[in-house]
Structure formats: C-alpha cells, structure tokens
Design a protein around this ligand. Structure first.
Ligand code: SF4
Length: 644
C-alpha cells in the first residue's frame, strides 16, 4: 500500500480513535528526508504507545545520529493502542511510519528498542501488523532486517526466534556500522544468510541464527555452540569510549507524553555496585560528560524545543564528579527561565538536599530517596550500606527544609529476606513520618513505593531464586495492613507482573515459544495493568510443557551455566561469584572509584581506556598499548583487590 493510500484511509480512521495525535506525525522537529533518493531507510520502533515511547532517550539519540547521515533516514513507529489496532486491521492498513506514512515493510532496517521485557508481545504484534514474518527464519531477501537493542536484550534468548540481530550494549556507533553493512549487502545481491554472516562480524552484534543451544538431561542449560565458525563466542557488548554530544533537537509532541521534558544524560554507568541492579552492572564503566557540554546542550535544547522541564539523567546523580559545579552552572544560567529541573537518583545524605535547593523551582515535586531495604543487615546484603540513623537524619532535614512529601523506594524479595525485614519497611516509614511531624506537623506526607526484586542476569544475584507468588502476596499483605494510615501512600508492583518479568528476563531459547503462544492467546501490552493477561501466559507454558517455576523459583548451583552467558558485559564470572559470596556474608564493597575491584571491565576495554586518559572514565588509568604486554592489560596496571 502506498503512503498516499495509507494517508487517505487514516483520514477516515483517525476521527474514530482515542488520541489521534499518537498516529499523525508532523510534530515540531520531526525530520522528513527524501524517500526516493535516500538509500538507507531505518524505522525506529518503540513497542509501546506513543505517549511512553516519545520519552525514550535511546530512540532520540539514534534518530538524530541516523538522520545526520546524507545517505540514511530514520522514521518512527510506536504500538497502536487497541482501538487503533482494530481500525488498522479492519481497514487493511499496514503499520506505517509517522513521518512519511510508508509501511514498515518498505524499510531496509527495523530497529526495536527493548528496554524492558514486557514489550516482547508488542514486538510480535508490530511485526504482524506490518505484514512481516514473525520468525526470523521465514524472512527472505525482500523483507527488512529486524534488529533490537536495549537493556532487556542482554538476555536475548526469549526473543531469539523473532529478531535477526541484537545490538548488545551502546548503539551510537553500531547502528552506523549496521547501516553500512546492510547497504553493502544490498548492492552485492547475495543471500540473506550472507547478510547475517556479515552482521556477526560487527563488534557488539549477536546473530542468534548462527548459534545452537544445548541442554542437560535435567533441562538445565548446557552451552551455546556456534554454527558459523567466524561468529564470536562470547559476544562482547559494545561501548563508546567517550559519550558523544547529547541530542538537542527533540521532537515536540502535540499530545501529553509521560515526560514532557528535555532528557540530558550527564553520565553513563555506576560505580556503587548495588547487587540487585541490572543497569549498574551492564552499563559499566562510568563515563561522564563535561559540565560545559551539558550546559550547552540545555541551552540548545531549550532554543530548539521550548520545553520547560529538564531531566538530568544518570543512575546515580550524586556521584557525578562535578555535580555541585553542574548544579550551580544550571541554576546560574537558567535562573530566569523558570525551568523545572529534575535530578533523580540522589544519595541519602544532606548534600543531596543542598543540590536540590540550588535547583530552584523543583521543590514542589516531593523528594525521592531509594534505601531499597529497611534494615542495615539487608542493605549490607544488597550492597547499599547506609545507617538507619543517617536515613532518619536526612529525611528530617528534608522536611525541615520545606518539602512536605518524601518518596521512599523499597524492594521486597531480596535474597535471605525475612518477614521481619518486611515489617521493618513499615516501621521505618512510620518513623520517617513521625520525624516529619516533629518539624512540619500534620502536613507531613510519605509515599512508599515497594517493588519486588527480580534476580537479573549478569548481576551478583543471578544465582538466587525469585519469591513465589504466595511469598510476594504475604509480604504485600503485611505492608498494606501496616501502612493503612493517613498521610502514607503505599504503591506496589502487582505480583503477576513480577513473575512475568522474571520468566522473561531469566528465560532460555525455549521461552521464545512461550512468548509466541502467549501473543497468539492475546497477550499484549503486558506492562499495562488493564491489559496484562496472566492466563494467556500460563496457557502458553502449559502448551509448551515448560514449567514457569523452573525459571524463577529454583536455586542455582554456583557452577550452573546460564543461558545468557554467551553475551559478555565485560564483567568476569569470578567477580560476580565472589560478590554473591560476599553478600551471603553481609560484606559490602565500597564505591569502586575509591578502590577498583577488578570486575573485568578494564582488561576488556583497556584499549578504549588508554585512548581516553583522565577523569572521563571513572576506572583507573591504564598504560597505552605500546607500553603494555599484549592487548590484555598488565595486571600490575590495575589495583586488584582480592578480598577484605
Ligand atoms: S574496572 Fe574497577 S573501577 Fe572500573 S568498573 Fe570495574 S571495579 Fe569499578
């Protein structure tokens, strides 16, 4: 179907659906390049609704990078909500790009962003709405290349059957190389298999069709075998040595989206080593942006968009080396612009209050802290050590400096958690509320957000089982009972959502069949409470003969192979194993800027580190290659810490 025909049908469809602004494109700052004369055409797809996807920074980065090339264009697509999906199907309109209304099937490359696992069934639905075969093995030379990246694909196996190639790690450089390879292949006229072979030679690209998974007799994963001899094993993640300048030409939506703001990433990675934190493990090493570059990016973005809110993003804002300088520069430069500036992920200390106070205008949103656990024992196990006294002192200071609401984020289900640890969450919330009442009286508000721990791949907790449904429900019932009081608002993650996240994040290749069958049974928008259909997933497990508990409620032996270990984050298994054993002893590790724990990042990326000396990276410096023995960094170059 041509773009003109699609446009004509949309004119009939759009007045009948909710929020037609999700489907029109044409926003300020969208980029429309000449279709016929631009050789490489990439559709960037976020498989959730526009309102969510438009706030995704990864999509904005890739959109700007691809469209800066003369020979390439990038257009966007999001999941249609159910009313729009029904309309598209009944009018036989294929899913299309917002910019030019070309069907997705007309693009050379379709790139899915998969930051979390509950987008998997939507991904299948988008391929179906686009008329593209769901299974990679069924696609021919005439079909687009289907790729995916994002944090979820560090365990790509549950989606291996549907995606031709996964981008493991940071996409800024890889996407350009994929475009080059795809274009050269197209001109060559060789087979689709040849395209897959070529892609596997790009560092950070995993082509699942080039590997076979093997299992033990008891059903546990054994190993991954490559069936194309030149394919890498393991597949090492890709990182950029230095963060490139941030995007500044953000598209301005016509309709409300979850974050109507300019997102500026101030640093990538985290040195804290919280053992439950997937992002903290997979995004190492820490690389920071200079203060001037951030300030300049804010200036340009404000000029280019007119947004009035800025999000200074990172995993741990307080740990940005020049955070005070940055906050002062932002408040000086933009004082008169009356901006709302958010600085998420602050540490629990009085310095965080100083930072927030300097960002004038941001006080109304409440002050957020994430202790994650309520007892010192539990916080040592998860490596987020902070004393309860320090937490109480900080919260009292926050209330006394004018905030009336504090949001505390906790997790239940941590390894070795007892019901007393959960009771402590309720007790701590009441204590914090009482501290607030001492200084501001009845105005004091507390919001407790309690999620449930999922032992994620590539973390020191990858060996531990997830809580069962009954355990989660019992712990949540306790909190609901204990925290049913005025001025405390409790929110929690639905237990079934946690189970789904756990199955999908810990699954092996066999899980792809479950994803497919769940989608066939109607699973869609799994991240949305009103859509999530638990029964579709249970039915899918039953049809495939797989046991969901096998993936989530089983303790693993220390030497058990994991189905995601052919993907390398650069962290050594020995480091993760030791860190897990340390946690069992309640031993903590300090910030690795104070003391490098030889996690594996430096030997793996020694060359990139030596090319970027100084404080851009927060890992110790290494000598240039010419001064080292071979490509692997000399162990004496890294302060290795064996144990305490
Ligand atoms: S190499 Fe050392 S400093 Fe760098 S991330 Fe690993 S433990 Fe931290």
């Amino acid at each position: 179907m041509s773009p003109l025909e699609i446009q004509a049908r949309l004119e009939r469809i759009l007045p009948t659906v909710q929020k037609p602004g999700r489907y029109t494109g044409g926003e300020y700052n969208q980029i429309v390049k000449p279709w016929d004369t631009t050789p490489a055409k990439v559709a960037l797809v976020f498989p959730d609704v526009y309102d969510i996807g438009m706030s995704n920074l990864g999509m904005a980065i890739l959109y700007e990078i691809i469209n800066q090339r003369d020979d390439a264009l990038a257009e966007r697509c999001y999941s249609p909500w159910s009313d729009m999906e029904a309309a598209l199907r009944s009018h036989a309109v294929p899913l299309y790009s917002l910019e030019t209304k070309h069907p997705l099937a007309d693009f050379d490359i379709i790139g899915f962003s998969l930051p979390y696992e509950t987008l998997y069934t939507n991904t299948l639905n988008i391929l179906d709405l686009a008329g593209i075969p769901l299974f990679s093995a069924e696609r021919t030379k005439e079909h687009p290349l289907v790729i995916a990246g994002g944090h979820a694909v560090y365990n790509p196996e549950p989606m291996h059957a549907f995606i031709d190639a996964f981008v493991i790690g940071e996409g800024e450089e890889v996407i350009e190389e994929i475009i080059d390879v795809q274009q050269a292949w197209r001109i060559s006229g060789t087979s689709r298999e040849d395209l897959l072979h070529r892609l596997s030679h790009i560092m950070g690209v995993y082509v699942p069709a080039l590997y076979t998974a093997h299992y033990e007799a008891d059903g546990t994963f054994s190993h991954m075998e490559k069936i194309y001899s030149q394919a890498p094993l393991p597949v090492l993640k890709r990182i950029v040595a230095k963060l490139p300048p941030p995007p500044t030409h953000f598209i301005v939506p016509y309709i409300d989206t979850v974050h109507n703001r300019i997102p500026i990433e101030i640093m990538r990675g985290c040195t804290r080593g919280c053992r439950f934190c997937h992002a903290g493990m997979i995004t190492r090493p820490v690389r920071e942006r200079p203060v001037e570059e951030i300030v300049q990016a804010i200036k340009s973005s404000l000029q280019n968009t007119g947004f009035e809110e800025i999000g200074l993003l990172s995993l741990s804002s307080s740990d940005y080396t020049h955070i005070l300088e940055l906050v002062e520069a932002v408040s000086t430069n933009f004082h008169d612009a009356h901006l709302n500036i958010s600085l998420p992920s602050l540490r629990i200390e009085s310095f965080s209050i100083e930072l927030m106070e300097k960002l004038r205008g941001s006080r109304h949103g409440g002050f957020t802290l994430a202790p994650e656990a309520a007892t010192e024992r539990m916080r040592e196990i998860i490596n987020k050590p902070i004393s309860t006294q320090q937490l109480l002192d900080t919260t009292r200071a926050i209330y006394s400096r004018g905030w009336t609401t504090i949001k505390l984020y906790f997790m239940i289900g941590h390894p070795s958690e007892t019901i007393e640890d959960v009771q402590a969450i309720a007790d701590l919330c009441k204590q914090v509320l009482s501290e607030g009442r001492k200084v501001i009286g009845k105005k004091t508000q507390l919001h407790a957000g309690v999620s449930t721990f999922v032992p994620k791949p590539h973390t020191p907790f990858q060996w531990v089982p997830c809580d069962s449904l009954e355990q989660i429900q019992a712990k949540q019932a306790l909190l609901k009972r204990e925290l049913r009081q005025k001025n405390i608002k409790l929110t929690w993650t639905a237990p079934y959502d946690t189970l789904l996240e756990a199955w999908l994040s810990r699954g092996d290749r066999r899980m792809a069949e479950v994803v497919y069958r769940a989608w066939r049974s109607g699973a869609l928008f799994d991240a949305w409470q009103e859509h999530f259909d638990y029964s579709a997933w249970i039915k899918a497990f039953q049809e495939t003969g797989l046991d969901p508990a096998f993936y989530t409620h089983r303790s693993r032996l220390m030497d058990e192979a994991f189905p995601w270990e052919h993907i390398s984050t650069g962290l050594r298994r020995k480091f993760l194993t030791e860190d897990y054993l340390w946690s069992l002893r309640g031993q903590t590790r300090v910030d690795c800027r104070e003391r490098c724990f030889a996690c594996g990042i430096l030997p793996t990326f020694a060359e990139l580190r030596s090319m970027n000396p100084g404080e851009v990276w927060q890992c110790p410096e290494v000598k240039p290659k010419s001064e080292r023995r071979g490509a692997i960094v000399n162990p004496v170059d890294i302060p290795v810490v064996a144990s305490d």
